[in-house]
Design a binder for this molecule. Structure first.
Ligand code: GLU
Length: 459
């Protein structure tokens, strides 16, 4: 059977890195097994879900390169949920409950006060048929619970290994609210059945739900899918990355200049114990993917590490892989030679604009020793310029001035680039070109204080 997985976000916020990891692992699982990746929006809660968030999640997944084979929205499948629910009603696997939220809260508090787990007492099962009719006649609308069967629910989780949970220690979950709307638990199961999902890969906050859902699959006469529950990410201090806080969204990383493959590579390795090295394509990740590598330890999402990885990825990217993006940055001369000259100096791709200015734009040369710079300018070789021009020129300047080492090179760098550091001048000089180099070297003389301050704050 072809594996089929689903990523099932609730469109109640932007895509969080924790969810992005779930999406990626599902995607890689599908790719590695020749399977199908379904994107399913869990949008049954009209108050919290929004179409704008669903669109934003789609955009973020596309940015990451995680395209889906099919898409479903729970809000469009309500009729299917209703008919399955009626089947469960007929089978007696769901039952009506008339307690108010206040009554339930009171019961819960009393149990907790006595040191008991706050499990629903199933009082509603004792309501007689006559009483029920009376409540219905009064206009009271029941909510509905799924009746759990006592006993152990077990499964072989692809991440956690053998899991065994006691259904007796759980409350019968509410599946339909008094207003007739569905909660998460049952629609998710019905979708997994109707859409033929074979593997449910999600966060470990759903482990207890799996026990309930396994009973739901059984109640519907269907073999449950295989489950894999991944530990949730924390921040580097070990605190939870809350979806609602939106503290670490895919969008914020994207806005910070993190490349999609930096994020994908990082998330795919996080929690596997494998070293974080730059990976250039999803195909490479898929070729090496094995869900068994994910352990149960809590992975820490480390923004410093992801920034380092981003720089490493850019340093390792060859021009062909980056050309389309560079083109999109509106730089006049972002060709192969330029890319090769600057890539080792990038932390994020947008830094290319900075180095583009250094090569071709308006910079403020820094000239501390105008006489030296003026005489160096006189020695600039004739064109054409190439890889050896810098060496030829600096040899001449060295002979004439008697300077060497830093005293020779640093004033030339400052005058030519206005920066203390940067790519090798051997590769920069031919890019800058003779006309610009001459102009920069000619702008000798002490720089106005304002201009100097500006160069210092550029970076
Ligand atoms: N909408 C649920 C969530 O975002 C999906 C859980 C599941 O994968 O079944 O947590």
């Amino acid at each position: 059977m072809t594996p089929k997985v689903r990523f099932a976000p609730s469109p109640t916020g932007l895509l969080h890195v924790g969810n992005a990891r779930t999406a990626l692992i599902n995607w890689l699982f599908a790719k590695a097994s020749g399977g199908h990746f379904l994107l399913r929006f869990d949008d049954t809660d009209p108050d919290r879900s929004s179409a704008a968030y669903a669109t934003a999640i789609e955009e973020d997944l596309r940015w990451a390169g995680l395209d889906w084979d099919s898409l479903a929205r729970q809000s469009e499948r309500l009729a299917a949920y209703q008919s399955t629910f009626e089947r469960l009603q007929a089978d007696g696997r769901v039952y009506p409950c008339y307690e108010t939220p206040e009554e339930l809260d009171y019961k819960r508090k009393r149990l907790l006060a006595r040191g008991r787990p706050p499990i629903y007492d199933r009082a509603a099962l004792g309501v007689s048929e006559a009483e029920r009719r009376r409540l219905d006649a009064e206009g009271r609308k029941p909510h509905w619970r799924f009746l759990l069967e006592a006993g152990t629910v077990s499964w072989d989780d692809l991440v956690r290994g053998r899991v065994e949970l006691q259904a007796d220690r759980m409350s019968d979950p509410v599946v339909v609210r008094a207003d007739g709307t569905f909660l998460y638990m049952l629609p998710s199961t019905i979708d997994d059945v109707d859409l033929a999902v074979t593997h449910v890969i999600r966060g470990e906050d759903h482990v207890a739900n799996a026990a309930v859902q396994i009973q739901m699959f059984q109640a519907l006469g269907v073999e449950p899918p295989v489950f894999a529950h991944l530990p949730l990410l924390t921040d580097s201090a070990g605190k939870g990355l809350s979806k609602r806080l939106g503290s670490m969204t895919v969008r914020s990383l994207r806005d910070d200049g993190i490349e999609p493959m930096t994020l994908n590579g990082y998330l795919a390795r996080l929690g596997t114990g494998e070293p974080q090295t730059p990976i250039s394509s999803l195909e490479d990740l898929a070729a090496d993917f094995d869900i068994a590598r994910f352990g149960r330890a809590t992975p820490k999402f480390d923004t410093d590490q992801i920034e380092r990885l981003n720089a490493q990825l850019l340093h390792a990217s060859d021009y062909d892989a980056i050309a389309a993006k560079l083109d999109g940055m509106g730089l006049v001369r972002a060709d192969r030679t330029f890319w090769e000259a600057i890539r080792l100096n990038l932390h994020r791709l947008s830094d290319a604009t900075y180095w583009h200015d250094v090569c071709f734009g308006a910079i403020v040369p820094i000239v501390d020793d105008p006489d030296f710079i003026r005489s160096a300018a006189m020695l600039l070789p004739a064109e054409p310029w190439g890889e050896t021009t810098w060496e030829t020129w600096t040899r001449l300047v060295k002979e004439e001035s008697g300077r060497s080492g830093k005293a020779l090179f640093q004033p030339l760098r400052l005058a030519l680039t206005g920066r203390e550091h940067g790519p090798e001048l051997r590769v920069l000089l031919p890019l800058i070109g003779r006309a610009t180099a001459e102009r920069r070297l000619a702008s000798s003389g002490p720089q106005p204080a304002a201009a100097l301050a500006a160069t210092e704050t550029t970076r």
